[in-house]
Write a protein that binds this ligand. Structure first.
Ligand code: MG
Length: 231
């Protein structure tokens, strides 16, 4: 059971590392994209920067390792390499029970949304095919000016949902995603599906923490059931 204090109406799911086991692909491809520039980008940094736009991650990495700004051409080149390497990776698996969880929440009358910084061209088709998400229920990198950790993505989702802040719960795996949701004033459950220490997610402001999609599913379905019993 979640400690969620309100009456649950909607769940906002982050995508990478929450719905799909995709963060390993992102970490490997970031590491290899920067390697061409002689930059020893670490896998943990991919997890720490997750949620940021590609542009933002490249800008910060240039400053950190090369002590200078990246030019627009360099940013584009690194990002192009990242996308090309991602296309060579095996497709990410859906985390166990997540499809079933989304279905069951919908049956309980709880609306489900995806809030992701991703700008993958095939995103809509994939989320629709795998989870039945329609474009009305997705906020992607195309919809925002400021990526996570800015609250904008979650505030846009809140507006799309039509619900109040205390009727919505966020599921995030990344520190910047948790910060974004908390800055938007939303209750946030962290799922530590990656390689960071729990403490990093707790310090980012997570209200609760779990470690597997099975555990997450149980928490959310119990919370949904509790809401149903009140009505
Ligand atoms: Mg994520």
């Amino acid at each position: 059971m979640s400690g969620f204090p309100g009456k649950l109406r909607a769940v906002f799911f982050d995508m990478d590392g929450v719905l799909y086991d995709s963060m390993n692909n992102h970490a490997i491809t970031w590491v290899n994209s920067f390697k061409k520039l002689g930059v020893d980008f670490k896998p943990e940094e991919a997890y720490m920067n997750e949620g940021r736009t590609g542009d933002g991650t490249i800008t910060l990495t240039f400053k950190k390792y090369l002590n200078r700004e990246a030019t627009e051409e360099e940013k584009e080149a690194v990002y192009r390499e990242k996308v090309a390497l991602m296309n060579e990776r095996p497709p990410a698996e859906i985390f166990p029970r997540m499809q079933e969880l989304v279905d069951k929440l919908r049956i309980s009358g709880i609306k489900c949304f995806v809030v992701t910084g991703s700008r993958q061209p095939s995103l809509l088709g994939k989320l629709n095919r795998d989870f039945g998400f329609e474009s009305d229920n997705i906020v992607s990198g195309h919809d925002v000016l400021k990526g996570k950790p800015h609250p904008e993505p979650y505030l846009i989702a809140l507006e799309k949902s039509g619900y109040e802040k205390d009727e919505v719960l966020v599921i995030e795996n990344a520190p910047l995603g948790i910060q974004s949701a908390k800055c938007a004033g939303l209750y946030t459950i962290a799922i530590n599906s990656g390689i960071l220490d729990d403490e990093v997610l707790v310090k980012a402001g997570a209200d609760e923490l779990c470690h597997t999609s099975e555990e997450l599913s149980e928490i959310l379905l119990n919370t949904a059931q509790q809401v149903g019993e009140y009505e």
